[in-house]
Design a binder for this molecule. Sequence first.
Ligand code: GUN
Length: 281
Amino acid sequence: MAIILDGKIMAAELMEGLKARVDALKEKNVSVGLAVILVGEDPASQVYVRNKGKACEELGILSETIRLPENTTQKELENLIDKLNQDDRMDGILVQLPLPRHLDEAAVLRKIIPEKDVDGFHIENAGKLFTGQTGVTACTPKGIMHMLKKGNVPLSGKEAVVIGRSNIVGKPIAMLLLNENCTVTICHSRTQDLAAHTKNADILVAAVGKAKFVTADMVKPGAAVIDVGINRVDGKVVGDVDYAEVEKIAGYITPVPGGVGKMTIGMLTENTIESAERKAQ
Ligand code: GUN
């Protein structure tokens, strides 16, 4: 039976510390604010954006969600970002992804000043991660590292396998694990013999987007299995890992829901608070 890395418990503990940091800033008359931009009507994005707002409210962070229609132009979106870049009330600017297809995502993300890029998606922050400099770290990868450390999962010298090569999760988590001296393999949809890789993994991160994609026969006994998936099956939210079977042989496992997702939102608020703390200095 695996040790459960419980996102609910870890996030609650994290939020307590964050609340104290927001209160300390308020005592110095420093506000903390997050602007979230949602373009279009993607149902999953609407849920994520609502949860981000709730977390801010819980901590006493000013949060403003700006909802724009599906047919918003590149210029309109970039003008809004410009305005928010200059708005001293806002310490973080987050553009919910995916954007409608007619918009240039990379150009939009570059428009956010790196100091307010609380998602860590700006090329400057991504570049800093890849060159070992301090920048803003993407929320989901940062949350995963927090869970591994809180769970005392050994990292140095261990084999880490990441399934998925997105800019949001796969690539940054690979880099963070490398920084902790893991030997890192990134697998993806064209990987030949995926199981041959995953069976070697002491740390296995699944960021695929397919329910029950990681089965027990793919997992090394005792491995730490980190499930980043959020899939809806018959109205229920499930991860990428066949939890019931993998849980029997893994050493550590994150549940879905109540795992990585909870940490992602915690890290978003932490990145926002860190931005406000920089402003206060
Ligand atoms: N869409 C899926 N994950 C994320 C995330 O972490 N940030 C943003 N902005 N959009 C997302």
